[in-house]
Ligand binder design. Structure first.
Ligand code: PLP
Length: 392
């Protein structure tokens, strides 16, 4: 497989390696921690990297390698590295660039743990982050310092679906000779390919759309070969956030249908967003597929479709949000996203309850905000479920 093939062909075939010994078509799960060498010389050569080979799963594993090749192909990147979770991928990829005294410029609207890592953990290592309080590229530029070593962002963002200009942020970083890094979890490479827009590194919670079935945790980092090599040797080996071979196999399997699942997720989400937008019990809807969304035109330019994450403000504030949660019958009251099943969360009473009110409000996480991950059920059933839940 080469990156010249079309996305659907890559999704099905890239990285897959039938078993040479048995002819088994499906990529085997190499559920082994260690690998045997034929001689002491061979073992020394593999350890010394004079010869390619596997020795220990934290250093590499054929099932993980298959996944890394498939994800690199889908993102159009030189190389990829698998991690045990999205957060292992995010923290490791940032640590791959950052040293004592360095500074990061980051978007304000980020997944909570990524925000915490940048805000609370980096200072413990002697580095700092400025969070830009707007979506304007000029404001990212103003936040840059001589010590800035990275621009980090997410688009569409969690949970308020802000849209940032990927190409412009990548250009800004390159103009200063520093890398840019994007969390592409909400879009997946089926909808958005940031490397082609000039971004240096893409990170993923593979737990979400890449896996697609809510049954495996994982994280991926995709970027230049040299950087991925260093990340593998200097960070992953020592911090140890390695993915299990079984999870790699589940995510490989999920990826084979990514190009089929994503359009179905998106068309369901568009219908749900349009329904919510005209509902009398809904104050407003955050979904980039609605023409009134402030990032609609930009999303149209940089995404193939608008994704399947929606958040909306219910009338009645905190109690209104909880009421919808309690009344849904098909949507599962569950964290995470990107599952075949539709999921619903109320950030103010769950994921963001510890965030001070003013801080929450500043990034649009109001009391009545409800977030949906729209799944693959019949859209009429999803709309009917929300309609009965909102009848108050
Ligand atoms: N990035 C985004 C946008 C997420 O929504 C999440 C988790 O919800 C993560 C990263 C973290 O991924 P994981 O839970 O696999 O560590």
């Amino acid at each position: 497989m080469t990156n010249e093939h079309r996305f659907a062909t890559l999704a099905v075939h890239a990285g897959e390696a039938p078993c040479a010994a048995t002819g088994a078509l499906d990529t085997p799960i190499y559920q082994s921690t260690t690998f045997v060498s034929a001689s002491s010389d061979e073992m020394a050569a593999v350890y010394g990297e004079q010869k390619f080979g596997y020795m220990y799963t934290r250093y590499g594993n054929p099932t993980l390698r298959g996944l890394e090749q498939k994800v690199a192909a889908l993102e159009g990147g030189e190389a990829a590295l698998a991690f045990s979770s999205g957060m292992a991928a995010i923290s490791s990829s940032i640590l791959g660039y950052i040293q004592v005294g360095d500074h990061v410029v980051a978007a304000r609207s980020l997944y909570g743990a990524a925000y915490n890592f940048l805000n609370k953990k980096l200072p413990r290592l002697g580095a700092s982050t400025t969070f830009v309080q707007s979506t304007l590229v000029e404001d990212f530029e103003k936040a840059l310092r001589p010590t800035t070593r990275l621009i980090y962002f997410e688009t569409p963002s969690n949970p308020v679906l802000e849209i940032l200009d990927i190409a412009a942020l990548a250009r800004l970083a390159r103009s200063r000779g520093i890398p840019s890094m994007i969390d592409n979890t909400f879009a997946s490479p089926a909808l958005q390919q940031p490397l082609a827009l000039g971004v240096t590194v893409v990170v993923h919670s593979a737990t979400k759309y890449l896996c697609g079935h809510g049954d495996a945790m994982g994280g991926m980092v995709i970027g230049p070969k040299e950087y991925i090599h260093e990340l593998s040797h200097e960070i992953l080996r020592d911090f140890g956030g390695v993915m299990s071979p079984f999870n790699a196999w589940l995510i490989l399997r999920g990826l084979r249908t990514l190009h089929v699942r994503m359009p179905a997720h998106c068309s369901n989400a568009q219908r749900v967003a349009e329904f919510l937008d005209q509902h009398h019990a809904v104050e407003h809807v955050n979904y980039p597929g609605l023409p009134k969304h402030p990032g609609h035109e930009l999303a149209k330019k940089q995404m193939k479709a608008f994704g399947a994450m929606i958040s909306f403000e219910v009338k009645g504030g905190y109690e209104g949000g909880k009421k919808v949660m309690d009344r849904v019958k098909i949507f599962a009251r569950a964290a995470s996203l990107g599952d075949t099943r539709s999921l619903i969360v109320h950030p103010a009473s769950t994921s963001h309850r510890a965030v001070p009110y003013e801080q929450r409000l500043a990034v649009g996480i109001t009391d009545g905000l409800v977030r949906l991950s729209v799944g693959l059920e019949a859209v009429e059933d999803l709309i009917a479920d929300l309609d009965q839940a909102l009848a108050f």
